[in-house]
Design a protein around this ligand. Structure first.
Ligand SMILES: CC1=C(CCC(=O)O)c2cc3nc(cc4[nH]c(cc5[nH]c(cc1n2)c(C)c5CCC(=O)O)c(CCC(=O)O)c4C)C(CCC(=O)O)=C3C
Ligand SMILES: [Fe+2]
Length: 372
C-alpha cells in the first residue's frame, strides 16, 4: 500500500466526506452468485451485460453452475465470513453492524444500501471481497458503490452524496497484507501435507483470475505504466512463496472468458500443467491466490477441470484452500474496520475512496471493450 507517486494527482474528494467523523456500519460487498437453477441465466446476464462475452461461453458457464444444482457456494461463504466478522467486531467492543450486498445477485447492493439508510446509517465502511487493484478487482467495486448511491438518491430525496449526507468509504486493497500472506502460506502447507511424502517436492503454482491484456495494461494510476493487477498478483505469490522458503514457483491464470481472438493474461492453468508434465514435473500444489473464497471459479476450474488434466497427465495434484475462513483473515478485516471507524483511516491507501471515487486520478480505467 503506497502513497501517491510524486506528480500523481489524487482525484479530488468531496469536502464533506473528508470530515473525520466516525463510521457507523460496515457493508461487505461482493460479486454475488446464483442460489438455484432459475437464477443462473439472469445472474450471468447481470455479470456480462454489455461486455461482449460470446453466448456459447455463457452457456458453458451456465453448465458449470448447473453441475452444482445451480447454486454457487459464494453467498454461503460470504455469510460465514460476515458471521465471523460480527463476532470479531463484538470481541473488540465495536458495535458497527455488518450488512451484505452484491454486484450481480441478491442481496443486491442497491437494496442493501436502501436498507442501511432506512436503519439510519449514513457513514459506511465498505469491505470488498477482492484484494486487488485493476478494473475488475477494484474500480468495478467503486462503480457498484456509485450505482447504489444513484439508486438511493432516486428512492430517498435528500440522500444525495454531493452534500455528504451519505458516505461510503471503500477500504484499501489487501493483497500485500501480512495476514493475507500468512493465511495463504498455511493453506499451501496443508495442501502439501495432503499429498504426503514423495521423492519429489511438489511444484507450487499460483493462480488468479485472468483479465483481458488490455485491462491489465490499463490497471493502476495513469502515470504508473500499467500492469498493476499482474504485478500485484506476482508480488503476492512471491510473498507467500518467500514465507514458505520456496524459490521455485509459477504464477499463472485461470477462468478466462471473452472471444478467443482477444488476448487475455496467459498461460492458463490447464495449459501450464501440460507444460510442467512435459518438463517432467510429477507433483503440483495449486494455490488460488486471486480469490478469497472457494467459490465456483475455484471448485469448477481447479477442482474439476485442472484436477482432471493433472490426472490425465499422471500428476499428483492438490489445491490449497482460499484464505476466507482463516481467523487471521477475519482479524485483518477487523483491523481495517478498527483503523478506519474513527474517521481518520489512511485515505491515500491504494483502493481507498469515498462514494465511488478511485484512489488515484484516471486509475484502472475500463479498457475499450470489443464490439460484437
Ligand atoms: C479479476 C476478477 C476477479 C477477482 C476479483 C474479485 O473477486 O472480484 C473475478 C471474480 C469472480 N468472477 C466470478 C464469476 C464470473 N466472472 C465472469 C467474467 C469475468 N471475470 C473477470 C475478472 C474477475 N472476476 C473478467 C474480466 C470477466 C469478463 C467479463 C467482465 O469483464 O466482467 C463471469 C462471466 C462468465 C465467464 O465468462 O466466466 C462469471 C460468471 C465470481 C463468482 C463465482 C461464483 O459464482 O461462485 C468471482 C468471485
Ligand atoms: Fe470473474
Amino acid at each position: 500500500m503506497s502513497s501517491p507517486a510524486p506528480g500523481d494527482t489524487t482525484t479530488p474528494v468531496d469536502p464533506a466526506p473528508l470530515v473525520s467523523a466516525p463510521f457507523d456500519a460496515v457493508l461487505f460487498l461482493s460479486f454475488g452468485g446464483p442460489d438455484g437453477p432459475d437464477d443462473v441465466m439472469p445472474f450471468l446476464e447481470n455479470v456480462t451485460r454489455g461486455r461482449g462475452i460470446p453466448r456459447e461461453r455463457l452457456e458453458s458457464v451456465a453448465e458449470h453452475y448447473l453441475h452444482f444444482g445451480g447454486v454457487s457456494p459464494i453467498n454461503r461463504l460470504n455469510l460465514e465470513m460476515i458471521d465471523a466478522l460480527r463476532d470479531e467486531l463484538g470481541r473488540r467492543g465495536m458495535d458497527l453492524p455488518v450488512y451484505f450486498g452484491n454486484r450481480n445477485w441478491h442481496p443486491m447492493v442497491e437494496d442493501t444500501l436502501a436498507e442501511m439508510y432506512t436503519a439510519g446509517h449514513r457513514r459506511i465502511l465498505v469491505f470488498p471481497t477482492s484484494a486487488w487493484g485493476g478494473y475488475s478487482g477494484c474500480r468495478q467495486y467503486h462503480e457498484d458503490i456509485d450505482r447504489a448511491l444513484t439508486a438511493l438518491a432516486g428512492r430517498e430525496p435528500g440522500s444525495g452524496r454531493s452534500d455528504g449526507a451519505v458516505v461510503l468509504r471503500k477500504l484499501p486493497q489487501y493483497w500485500s497484507h501480512p495476514a493475507f500472506v500468512a493465511a495463504g502460506a498455511d493453506a499451501v502447507r496443508r495442501a502439501m501435507d495432503t499429498l504426503g511424502p514423495g521423492d519429489e517436492t511438489p511444484r507450487l503454482v499460483f493462480t488468479a483470475h485472468s483479465v483481458p491484456s488490455s485491462a491489465d495494461a490499463a490497471s493502476g494510476p495513469a502515470t504508473d505504466g500499467g500492469g498493476l493487477y499482474s504485478r500485484q498478483v506476482m508480488a503476492a505469490s512471491r510473498a507467500v512463496a518467500d514465507e514458505l522458503g520456496v524459490t521455485d514457483f509459477d504464477q499463472v491464470w485461470q477462468s478466462r472468458s471473452g472471444p478467443p481472438q482477444i488476448p487475455w493474461l496467459e498461460p492458463d492453468i490447464c495449459d501450464h500443467l501440460e507444460s510442467l508434465a512435459a518438463e517432467g514435473v510429477r507433483r503440483v500444489v495449486v494455490y488460488p491466490v486471486g480469490f478469497i473464497s472457494d467459490h465456483l471459479e475455484v471448485i469448477w476450474d481447479l477442482d474439476n477441470e485442472a484436477a482432471e488434466v493433472a490426472e490425465r497427465l499422471g500428476m499428483d495434484y492438490a489445491r490449497a484452500d482460499t484464505v476466507g475462513p482463516d481467523p487471521r483473515f477475519i482479524s485483518m478485516i477487523g483491523d481495517f474496520v478498527e483503523a478506519y471507524a474513527g474517521g481518520n483511516g489512511d485515505l491515500a491507501a491504494m483502493g481507498c475512496g469515498d462514494n465511488g471515487r478511485t484512489c488515484r486520478d484516471r486509475c484502472c480505467v475500463p479498457a475499450a471493450r470489443p464490439r460484437k
